[in-house]
Write a protein that binds this ligand. Structure first.
Ligand code: ATR
Length: 278
């Protein structure tokens, strides 16, 4: 019998996960299907009961259920626990195990394009813009990867204080303060929804004063090149697109389900073309 996976979210119709996991199934020579399940908040419990009976091999869980899923799991990975959010559930011998591959996926995507960022991290400074779930995941994964100074900037400064860990050095700024001192950072990561389709002209701050050759990254992938990234490129930064994170977090999920490691790099260009509607 083939493998059976799905992604649960709401809304979910534009999810790229079925395409990505379909490619992974082909690449690994496995038989299986991956479907979307559109589940509003109040129907989560009954949907999960149904999936348990179906003996699904694993599933992804996305907005708005990443936190609420936790109470339905048998075990939780320490990283997912630290983040308070799960995006991958593995079914093993009747039990459900929760993981979070978002932050790790983001780091792996960045590392595969800019390995130099991960050499001598002790001297490097990173700034994360935003303080939502995505920012939290990236903050902890970046910390795990060896960065020792990770600052946070957010429109609502108080939310950024809530993420801060005592294990590393973190200063918290308003967006305006961050904009003024952008030149000190080797890595700047934009995690807010500003700039996401249809608000394509928005950006949380101007990256005009970014350090030359710094890496500026945006996790928004619709459009692929946000206003923020375009301005950073014009200011001399090296840029990193958001769709890589999507592929690498999916690869980690697939590996958790099947034990098969996947290198998703060959899918970067096809995914980019898909997102551009080519
Ligand atoms: P996610 O879990 O996807 O990260 P979230 O928890 O809704 O989403 O967080 C969204 C982030 O985007 C927050 O940092 C939010 O700032 P606030 O905490 O001040 O609300 C930020 N954000 C959303 N729209 C923004 C905008 N137009 N300009 C600046 N920041 C914005």
């Amino acid at each position: 019998m083939g493998l059976f996976f799905c992604v649960i979210g709401h809304p979910i119709e534009h999810s790229l996960s079925p395409w990505i996991h379909g490619q992974f199934l082909n690449m690994s020579g496995k038989q299986g299907i991956y479907r979307t399940l559109d589940v509003p908040e109040k129907e989560l419990g009954q949907t999960l009961q149904f999936l348990k009976k179906l003996e699904i091999d694993g599933f992804n869980i996305t907005v708005p259920h990443k936190e609420r899923i936790i109470k339905y799991l048998d075990e939780l990975d320490p990283l997912a626990e630290q983040m308070g959010a799960v995006n991958t559930v593995v079914h093993k011998e009747g039990k459900w195990f929760g993981y979070n591959t978002d932050g790790k996926g983001y780091i792996r995507s960045l590392q595969s394009e800019y390995p130099d960022l991960f050499e001598d991290q002790t001297d490097k400074k990173a700034l994360i813009i935003g303080a939502g779930g995505a920012a939290r995941g990236i903050y902890f994964a970046l910390m795990d990867s060896g960065f020792k100074q990770i600052d946070l900037a957010n429109r609502t400064v108080e939310r950024a204080h809530q993420i801060k860990s005592s294990n590393i050095s973190t200063d918290v700024f308003s967006l305006q303060e961050a904009e003024e001192q952008l030149g000190i950072y080797d890595l700047v990561i934009q995690t807010t929804k500003a700039g996401m389709y249809p608000n394509v002209h928005e950006h949380p701050l101007s990256p005009m004063n970014v350090k030359h050759r710094a890496v500026v990254s945006d996790i928004v992938y619709r459009p692929i090149e946000t206003t923020f990234l375009a301005a950073a490129r014009a200011s001399g930064a090296r840029i990193h697109f958001g769709h890589g994170m999507l592929l690498y977090q999916a690869a980690f999920s697939f590996e958790l389900w099947t034990g098969i490691p996947i290198d998703p790099a060959p899918l970067l260009t096809p995914l980019e073309q898909k997102l551009k509607g080519e």
